[in-house]
Structures are given as structure tokens and as C-alpha cells.
Design a binder for this molecule. Structure first.
Ligand code: M6R
Length: 362
């Protein structure tokens, strides 16, 4: 039940520290920082025998996959392809026995994802399912299963399932890596506590959401991991508040989308990564020069604030945390932004129109 919360969505947002804690439990050695996925039946040798990774998923799970691609490419140095499951089969997939197909699904019942899994297996590629519902079709059909331990997710908009999928992909990227990465492993263990700190942004996000709730279009921009998180932020807003939102790679703005920026148009700019910050701030300045309004998401550190504030009308300051965790944390205020905008507009947050929790038709 919802307890003291008005909606399951908010309850599930608040369950994220615990969901992530459970997903990490027993899989990361706190002293060595090493990752052990033997619970999924995957030995280190078998895992490291793959030459390519193919990720298939839908919706929010696909967005988690986009984060996963960055991590696997950076840490395991393997080429990764991410496809929307419904499109996978039409591209004459280049998967074979040397490819590990990773299917991500909260419900484990999404028809498109299951169809992609069957196609991958037909082509000889073994499948790892990252799935929340144990005993689901995906859990049964996959060769190996890495369970996310989010617990039942009731609200149609996915929140805690997304965060635990992202965590599972961090674990997979570390397990695929041929070199030990103890710092990244130990960093992950800080995540539950950092999410708790991030939840304290609620009043600030609520205030901003009220200001934005009357808008009909919003843009989300970011680079690298921030771009993947921006896509999830935009989907969440569309899905429950019915405000049209699109995410763009920040550098793509001036290749077309900038034409849509007019006075008052709001752009949510994610700038969590120090090495990319100056460039993203440059894009924020371009937006402001056209009269747009910029809401910046950046860590609560003097250097970051100082650089970003110049080009922002409003700031959503994330708790200062290891940089690798910041894109994950940034998803939390974006979930809340969508939630409060939807509540302000009187929408049915847990059961948005036209949507089902589990999409069992192709
Ligand atoms: O159960 P699944 O993870 O396979 O579901 C995939 C999508 O239908 C789902 O993530 C959808 O996009 C969410 N409602 C978004 O919040």
C-alpha cells in the first residue's frame, strides 16, 4: 500500500535507496571492490569470453541500456550496440555466439523484448536477462538472469526499477572488465546513501515543477551519460504530465533544435561531468541568448556552481558525490520534477492515460 504517500510513484522514488542496496547486496566485495555475478550463474571466464555486447529493451529499460553502453565501453572496452527491442529484428542483427545479448525488463513480460530475445537466441547469441520479476517469461527464457531487487513496482512510470537496472549494468560492466576496478566497485556501495541525500531535493524540485507545469514543451540536454539520463527525464515528464518533452545531445542543439528555442522556453541542462561542463555551459548560453530559460542540474560544489550559475536561471544542486555516481543521482530530481508537474496538472500519476504497466503486445 501507499502508506503516507499520495501515489505509488513517490513511494517508489523513496524506496530507491533500499532497492539499490538490495541490488548491490552480496555482489560487491566491500574490501576488494570486486564484483561477483556467480549468483547469475555467470563465471568470470565465461563472461570475459564475449567479444561484443548487444542490449535490447523498451522505454525506460532502454534508457538504462544507454547508460550501460557507456559503462561497458569505458570499463570493459567491448563494443556495445543498444537497440529498442521492437526495432532489433528489422536491422538484420549482427549477433552470434560471440555476442552476449543483454535484455533489460522490469516486468520480464514485455512482448517486444521477449521477441528480441528469441531472435538473438535463434542466431546463436546467449542471453542475460536483467529482470525485476522473478519467474517472469524473460527470467525463464534467458540463459542467465541478473535480478534487480527493486521489489514490486506498481506505478506505471518506472523509477526504482530504472535505478536498479542502471546499478545492475554497473555491476555487469565491472564484471566484464578484464582489469580490476576496485575504486569503481567501492564507489557503487556509496550509492544508497547518496540517493538518500538526493531525496532531500524534494522541496526545491516541487517549487520548480510548479513553475514549469504550465509549459507545453520542454527540452532536456546533456552530454555523455548526462544525455542518456536526459532521455529518461524527458520520457518521465511526457508519460505522466503530458507535457511534450524531448532530450537532445547538448552538442546537437545548434544542428536544428535551437530553432525551437524562443522566449520563455525551458531547457533542463544536465551538467554533472566536469570534463564536459564547459561545453554544456556553452550550450546553455546559446539557449539563454534566444530568451530560453535554463534549469541546470549540477553538483553542489563551488567550482561547478560558479561555472553553471552564469548561464542558469535556476539550479538543481545534486549532493556532492563521486563524479561517477552523479548521472545516476541526477535521475532522481528528474523523476520528482515529472511527478510534481503531473500532480500540479491534475494528472493520474500512477496510471497515465493510454499506458499499461506491462506491454504484452508487439
Ligand atoms: O517491464 P519493462 O521494463 O520491459 O517495460 C518497458 C517499458 O514499457 C517501460 O519501461 C515504460 O517505458 C515505463 N512505463 C516508463 O516509465
Amino acid at each position: 500500500e501507499k502508506g503516507s504517500f499520495d501515489h505509488f510513484m513517490m513511494k517508489e522514488i523513496y524506496e530507491q535507496p533500499q532497492a539499490v542496496r538490495q541490488t548491490l547486496a552480496g555482489r560487491v566485495d566491500p574490501a576488494a571492490g570486486s564484483v561477483d555475478l556467480s549468483g547469475a550463474g555467470l563465471s568470470p571466464d565465461r563472461l570475459r569470453s564475449f567479444e561484443r555486447i548487444q542490449i535490447v529493451a523498451c522505454g525506460t529499460a532502454w534508457h538504462a541500456g544507454l547508460v550501460g553502453r557507456r559503462l561497458i565501453e569505458a570499463w570493459a572496452r567491448l563494443p556495445v550496440q543498444v537497440d529498442v527491442a521492437s526495432e532489433f529484428r528489422y536491422g538484420e542483427p549482427l549477433v552470434d555466439g560471440r555476442t552476449l545479448t543483454v535484455a533489460i525488463s522490469q516486468s520480464g513480460e514485455t512482448a517486444d523484448t521477449l521477441a528480441a530475445v528469441r531472435e538473438a537466441r535463434r542466431l546463436g547469441s546467449p542471453v542475460l536477462g536483467i529482470v525485476n520479476v522473478e519467474g517472469s517469461s524473460l527470467a525463464r527464457e534467458a540463459d542467465w538472469v541478473l535480478t534487480t531487487k527493486a521489489g514490486p513496482e506498481v506505478a506505471v512510470p518506472s523509477t526504482k526499477a530504472y535505478l536498479t537496472q542502471v546499478v545492475a549494468l554497473h555491476l555487469l560492466a565491472l564484471a566484464l572488465s578484464r582489469v580490476e576496478r576496485p575504486e569503481e566497485g567501492r564507489m557503487l556501495l556509496q550509492l544508497p546513501q547518496r540517493i538518500e541525500q538526493t531525496l532531500a531535493m524534494e522541496p526545491r524540485v516541487r517549487e520548480l515543477a510548479r513553475q514549469l507545469a504550465g509549459q507545453s514543451h520542454l527540452f532536456y540536454i546533456g552530454r555523455g551519460l548526462d544525455y542518456a539520463v536526459a532521455m529518461e527525464g524527458a520520457l518521465k515528464l511526457k508519460e505522466i504530465s503530458y507535457i511534450h518533452a524531448e532530450a537532445y545531445a547538448a552538442g546537437e542543439l545548434k544542428h536544428g533544435t535551437l530553432a525551437l528555442i524562443e522566449p520563455g522556453r525551458t531547457v533542463v541542462a544536465l551538467a554533472t561531468q566536469e570534463a564536459l561542463r564547459t561545453k554544456t555551459v556553452g550550450n546553455m548560453v546559446e539557449v539563454k541568448a534566444r530568451g530560453g530559460r535554463v534549469v541546470a542540474v549540477t553538483p553542489d560544489r563551488p567550482d561547478a556552481r560558479k561555472e553553471v550559475e552564469v548561464a542558469a536561471d535556476a539550479l538543481l544542486a545534486l549532493p556532492d558525490a563521486p563524479e561517477g555516481l552523479l548521472p545516476v543521482l541526477a535521475a532522481v530530481p528528474l523523476q520528482m520534477l515529472a511527478y510534481f508537474a503531473a500532480v500540479e496538472r491534475g494528472c493520474d500519476v500512477d496510471r497515465p492515460r493510454n499506458l499499461a504497466k506491462s506491454v504484452t503486445v508487439e
